[in-house]
Design a protein around this ligand. Sequence first.
Ligand code: ADP
Ligand code: ZN
Length: 509
Amino acid sequence: MRKVFGFREFRPNQEKIVRAILEKRDVFAVMPTGGGKSLCYQLPAVLLPGTCMVISPLIALMKDQVDGARANGIRAAFLNSSQLPEERESVMRELLSNSLDLLYVAPERFTFDHFRELLGRVNISMAVIDEAHCVSEWGHDFRPDYLSLSALVSLFPDLPVSAFTATATHRVQQDILDRIALRNPLIVRASFDRPNLFYDVRFKEKPDAQIVAILKANKGKAGIIYRTSRKSVNDTAAMLQARGFRALPYHAGLSDDERKRNQEAFIRDEVEVIVATIAFGMGIDKSNIRFVIHADLPKSIENYYQETGRAGRDGEPAHCTLLFAQGDIPKVRFFIDSMLDETERARALDALTRVTSFASTSVCRRITLLNYFGETYPHENCGSCDICTGTREVVDCTREAQMLLSAIVRTEERFGATHIIDIVMGSANQKIRDMGHDQLRTYGVGKGQTKKYWRQLADELLAQKVVAKAEGLYPTLYLLPKAVKILKGEEQIEIVRVLEKKAARAVKG
Ligand code: ADP
Ligand code: ZN
C-alpha cells in the first residue's frame, strides 16, 4: 500500500477487505463515494499472480481508473466498445502473455462467446463487480447488461469474486446479493456519514440570484448545479455565462461530442461550474468539487445523497445546498402522474414524499439522511447542517397564518396565493380594486411583513396541510380541516426561518 499507492494508512474497512480477498474469499462491500473502494481490489490485484478483472459499467470511468492505476505503476488496461479492433487486440495480447495486473471490462463483453473463450486461456486472479447496484432494478441506475453478471460466479468457481457499490439502501443491497449469488461473502457496510459535507436547505425564492450568491461565495472553486429539465440547465448555464461565470451545461440532449467536451473541461478545471441534469455524475472522479447546488427537487433521497456525495471526495469541506419550495411539487407530481407503469409510479411518488419531508422538517439533515439508510447517527447535533448550526429558528406564526386564512375565507376560496398575499399586504393593484378587495377587513393587516415572508408562510401552510391548492387553470387555495382549528385559535403553527446573516457565513464555510 505504501510503496505502490503511497498511502500511509488504511481507511476504515480497507484492510479487512484486502485480507479477505487475499484469502480467496468473496466480498460484498457497500462504501460511500470517496470511501476508497478502488484500493480494496487494486492492492490484491498487485499482490496476487495473474490478472484481476474488473467489470465496470462506464467507459469514462474505466479510462480514469486505468490512468490512475498506471500512474501508480500498475499494469492496467481496459476493453470496451469505444476502442478500435486493433486496440482491443493489443490488450488481449497483453492479457494472454500474463502482463496485466488489472483489466477493466464492460459488462457486455460477457455476452460475446469469444471473450468467454479467451477467459479460459488466461490467468485470472480474481473478479470484481464495480458499481454493483447496476444489477438491481431498485437502484438508481439499473443496467440490463449487468444481469448477465449473475453468471459470473459460476464462470469462476475457484476465484474470489467481490462486488462494490456506493448505493446504500438495504433493499438494493439484498437485491444485489440475491442476483450475484456470492459464496459466503464477507459483507462490509461502511458508515454513510460524510462528515466533511455541510447540508443546507434554503427556501427557493429567486433561484438565479441564490445560485449567483453561492457562486460568488465560492469564487474559483469547482461546483455542480443540478436541475431537472434540459431547458432549465441551458437557461441557468446561459444566465451564469452572461454574468461572467465560467459555466457549461450537461444533459442528454447535447451531442455526445459536446457532452464529452464539457465534462472534460470541468474535470480539467477549465470551467468552474457544470450545470447538469442527473445524467451527469456517475463515475465522475473529480475529487475537488467544493459545492453542489440542487436548484430543483431531487428525484429521491437516494439521488440526493449520491449527487451531493460527488462533492468533497478529497475529504476537504464542501457545501451542499438544496433550494426548495413547495411550489415545485406540483410539477413533479404532474410528471409522476403521467407515468404508465403503476409500480414505477408508486415508487416515484413514495420517493417524492420522502424527499419533500427531508426538505421540510426541522430535524438535522444528516440524521434524516442516515436514518433513511438504516443508520443511527451517534450524536444529537451534527454541527454541519443548516438545522444544527442554528442558521434557522422556529417561529410561532399563528397570528400571521390566521391573517392569510381569513383572507382566503373572505374571498370564498376563489384565489391563488399571490392575490391573497396582495390582500394582506394591502397592495393597491388593479385586480384588488376591481374585486373590491380593498374593502375587506383583512386588507393590509399584514403590512409589517415582507412579501418573501408571506410567500414562505403560504408555502408552509401548503406543506403542513393547512391549505391545499385546487387544480385548474388558476390554482386557488382552499382550507383543510386544520385551518379551521388555527382560525379558532385551537392550534398553533410554527415555521422554520432562515437567519440570513449566519446562513451566508455557513456558505463560505
Ligand atoms: P470510491 O471509489 O470509493 O469513491 P476511491 O477509490 O476513488 O473512492 O478513493 C477516493 C479517494 O481517496 C481517492 O483520491 C484515493 O486516492 C483516496 N484514498 C483511497 N484510499 C486511501 C487511503 N488509505 N489513504 C489515503 N487516501 C486514500
Ligand atoms: Zn445536523
